[in-house]
Design a binder for this molecule. Structure first.
Ligand SMILES: CC(C)(COP(=O)(O)OP(=O)(O)OC[C@H]1O[C@@H](n2cnc3c(N)ncnc32)[C@H](O)[C@@H]1OP(=O)(O)O)[C@@H](O)C(=O)NCCC(=O)NCCS
Length: 203
């Protein structure tokens, strides 16, 4: 198997001055990553992994991602609320990267996925990845809509949909998106920090 170690030249600089901050994850973040995945609601977990997976499989997956892929984490204080992954090498064509996203269930639809995909586009362009692939269930409207905001061309194979995002085009669309976005505090039942009000996050 061909391994390609990706270059992480600079920290993502998309979210500063607010509650949600981005940084690259490494092997030391395995526990936080596992906890984040386990905290996903059932439907979100299913959408992320296209079904159920065993704990052993998940541990191997997390270790491989943190060692071999570019993984961006979105944090509310020290709580990991979103993760984006960019995988290359192996069966993946040169110049392409396969992506995966997960946003904590209580933080969904608040713009976290958007700042993560912007960070992944920058990381891709810095690593000579020209096309990001987004593969998800055909029923996953949130992921399809998020990918399409960044110009994804969608195709369908059975119950799967595959989006291809041209990184240069995605970055130009990202540059035209509003500079600021507010992140309302997630509902009280969530693990987000209570009472932090509306925090503006630059993106
Ligand atoms: C897909 C996912 C990452 C999106 O993250 P998010 O933080 O909710 O995304 P955003 O808030 O940035 O939303 C961006 C756009 O996506 C679309 N979107 C997000 N949630 C949506 C929903 N529930 N229904 C329809 N469209 C949705 C909207 O167009 C939205 O733009 P808008 O807020 O201006 O309307 C998140 O829903 C998730 O983690 N789902 C479970 C795991 C998963 O499905 N992963 C994908 C397979 S790898």
């Amino acid at each position: 198997m061909r391994l390609k170690f990706l270059f992480k030249p600079r920290q993502p600089q998309l979210a500063t001055g607010g509650d949600v901050k981005l940084r690259y994850l490494g092997p030391v973040d395995a526990n936080a990553f596992r906890e984040h995945i386990h905290d996903l609601h059932f439907e979100d977990f299913r959408d992320r992994f296209n079904g159920r997976v065993s704990d052993e499989w998940l541990d191997r997956y997390i270790a491989r991602s943190l060692n071999e892929a570019i993984v961006v984490g979105a944090f509310d204080d020290d709580h990991l609320v979103g993760v984006a992954e960019l995988h290359t090498g192996g069966q993946i064509e040169p110049g392409e990267g396969e992506s995966a996203f997960s946003v904590a269930s209580d933080w969904r639809h608040k713009g976290v996925g958007t700042i993560l995909i912007k960070a992944l586009l920058r990381a891709a362009s810095e690593n000579d990845v020209a096309t990001i692939l987004v593969e998800t269930g055909a029923q996953n409207h949130a992921m399809k809509a998020l990918a399409q905001r960044f110009g994804a061309r969608m195709s369908f194979a059975g119950d799967q949909s595959i989006g291809r995002i041209d990184v240069a085009h995605g970055l130009s669309l990202a540059a035209r998106m509003p500079e600021k976005r507010s992140f309302p505090t997630p509902p009280g039942g969530g693990r987000g920090r209570p009472g932090s009000g509306n925090a503006e996050v630059r993106n």
